[in-house]
Design a protein around this ligand. Structure first.
Ligand SMILES: Cc1ncc(COP(=O)(O)O)c(C=O)c1O
Length: 382
C-alpha cells in the first residue's frame, strides 16, 4: 500500500516546480549530489585511498548505490538496523561502525551475516568477541571484524596500548576474520581552524596507525585501516597506513560544516556544496520585520550551525528557532510584506539527524522535481 501511495504521489509531483511542493520538506539537488559524490571519490582515489561512505548521513539505499557505482568499496552504517535496511535495499558490502551488542541482538545479527554479501563488524570488548565467536561456531558462520581503536574520542574503542594484545586474542577466536582496524576521531571533525584540525587529527590518529603497522609487521594479513570524517577528508589521507575513509556529511553538507575552515578558505568549506536543503513556507506574517515559517524543531534538528537561507536571494534573511513547529525569519526592511504561502529554502543545521525526521527526499534538477526517494533507513536506530 505504501509503495502504491508513494508512486501515486510521485506521478503527481514529477515535473513540478520545487517551490510548489508541500512543506516542510527535504529537497536534493541531483546535480550537486552527483558533484559531491564525484569530488570525494576523485579526491580520495587521487591520494591512493578507498572510500567507504557512511550511510548515517543520507539513510537512503538509492544514494548508497550511487556511492558504490561511483567507486566506493563499501558502505558504513552506525547501527544493525540500518544495515538490515540497506541489505533490503540491495546493498551488499557493509561495515557497521558501532558495536553490535550480544546476546541482545544475536538472532538479528546471525540472520544479517547470512544475508549480507560482505558484513564487517567492529569489536572493542573481549567478552563480546567471544560471544560473537560462539555465535558463529554454533551457526556455522564466519564474519569479518575490525578492532575499534579509540583515537581520543572516548566513545567506543580500545586504547592503542591495549590494541595489539587484543588483536592477537581475536586472531585466536574461531569464526572471526580480523581484517584490520577502525579509528574515528569525531572530536576533531568540526574544529574551525583547518591547521589546528590537521594537527590534532594527526596527533590522535598517529597511535592507531602505529598499531596497524605493528600488527602487519607481526605478520597479520590486514587490509583495512578505516577512519576519517568530512572534516578531515583531505587530512587523514596523509596517514600512510590508512586504507579507507568513512566520510558521511560531504554528500549533503550542512550549516555546521559550511562554517569551518578548509584547505582553500580560512572560514568556509565550500568544496562540497549543499545538495540537501529544506523548503519551508510562511504560515503567519502579521509582525513587522519577521515572518513565521512552518519548519521548527520537529522538522530541523537543532544542533550545529544556524540554518542558512539560500532562497529567496533578494535580501538578507536570517532564521531563528521559534518552538517545536515554527521558525522565525527576520529581515531588515521592516515594511516588507511576505504573505502566507511564500517559500524559503534553507541549508539545515546538521544534516544527519534532520534527515531522520523525514520519510522521503524530493529530488530536483534545475528546480523541477525529477524523482522521489524513500529514506528507507529512517528511524533505524537499534
Ligand atoms: C564512526 C563514524 N564514522 C564516520 C562518520 C562520518 O562523519 P562525517 O559526517 O563528519 O563525515 C561518523 C559521523 O558521526 C561516525 O560516527
Amino acid at each position: 500500500v505504501r509503495r502504491a501511495e508513494m508512486s501515486a504521489e510521485k506521478n503527481q509531483i514529477l515535473g513540478k516546480d520545487k517551490y510548489g511542493l508541500d512543506t516542510p520538506c527535504l529537497l536534493i539537488d541531483i546535480d550537486v549530489l552527483h558533484k559531491n559524490i564525484r569530488a570525494m571519490q576523485e579526491s580520495v582515489r587521487g591520494k591512493g585511498k578507498n572510500l567507504r561512505p557512511h550511510a548515517k548521513t543520507h539513510k537512503c539505499s538509492v544514494i548508497a548505490q550511487k556511492q558504490l557505482d561511483a567507486g566506493a568499496v563499501g558502505i558504513c552504517t552506525a547501527k544493525l538496523s540500518e544495515a538490515e535496511a540497506l541489505v533490503k535495499g540491495g546493498i551488499e558490502r557493509i561495515l557497521i561502525t558501532g558495536p553490535v551488542v550480544l546476546p541482545l541482538k544475536e538472532e538479528r545479527l546471525a540472520a544479517l551475516i547470512q544475508r549480507c554479501g560482505e558484513l564487517i563488524l567492529v569489536l572493542d570488548n573481549l567478552e563480546q568477541a567471544r560471544l560473537l565467536s560462539t555465535l558463529c561456531e554454533e551457526q556455522g558462520l564466519s564474519v569479518h571484524v575490525l578492532l575499534d581503536i579509540d583515537p581520543g574520542l572516548r566513545r567506543t574503542g580500545v586504547s592503542a596500548e591495549e590494541a595489539p594484545d587484543f588483536a592477537r586474542k581475536i586472531m585466536d577466536l574461531a569464526g572471526l576474520n580480523l581484517r584490520g582496524i577502525q579509528a574515528y576521531a569525531g572530536q576533531v571533525q568540526h574544529i574551525a581552524s583547518y591547521e589546528e584540525r590537521r594537527q590534532r587529527s594527526m596527533e590522535y590518529m598517529h597511535s592507531a596507525e602505529e598499531v596497524f603497522r605493528k600488527l602487519v609487521d607481526e605478520g597479520m594479513e590486514l587490509d583495512i585501516f578505516t577512519g576519517a570524517g568530512t572534516g578531515t577528508f583531505d587530512i587523514d589521507t596523509d596517514l600512510e597506513g590508512l586504507t579507507d575513509l568513512q566520510v558521511g556529511s560531504y554528500v549533503f553538507m550542512d550549516a555546521e560544516y559550511r562554517a569551518i575552515g578548509s584547505a582553500l578558505e580560512k572560514e568556509a568549506f565550500t568544496l562540497f556544496e549543499p545538495a540537501l536543503t529544506m523548503l519551508a513556507a510562511v504560515v503567519s506574517s502579521n509582525q513587522s520585520g519577521f515572518v513565521t515559517v512552518d519548519a521548527g524543531l520537529k522538522s530541523m534538528y537543532r544542533h550545529g550551525g544556524t540554518p542558512i537561507i539560500i532562497y529567496p536571494r533578494d535580501a538578507l534573511y536570517s532564521y531563528d528557532w521559534f518552538g517545536d513547529e515554527y521558525g522565525k525569519i527576520s529581515f531588515a526592511e521592516k515594511s516588507k510584506s511576505i504573505p502566507p504561502g511564500s517559500m524559503f529554502e534553507l541549508v539545515v543545521s546538521h544534516c544527519d539527524p534532520t534527515v531522520n525526521l523525514f520519510d522521503r527526499f524530493y529530488v530536483t534538477k534545475d528546480d523541477r522535481v525529477v524523482d522521489m526517494w524513500n529514506i528507507d533507513l529512517r528511524g533505524k536506530s537499534s
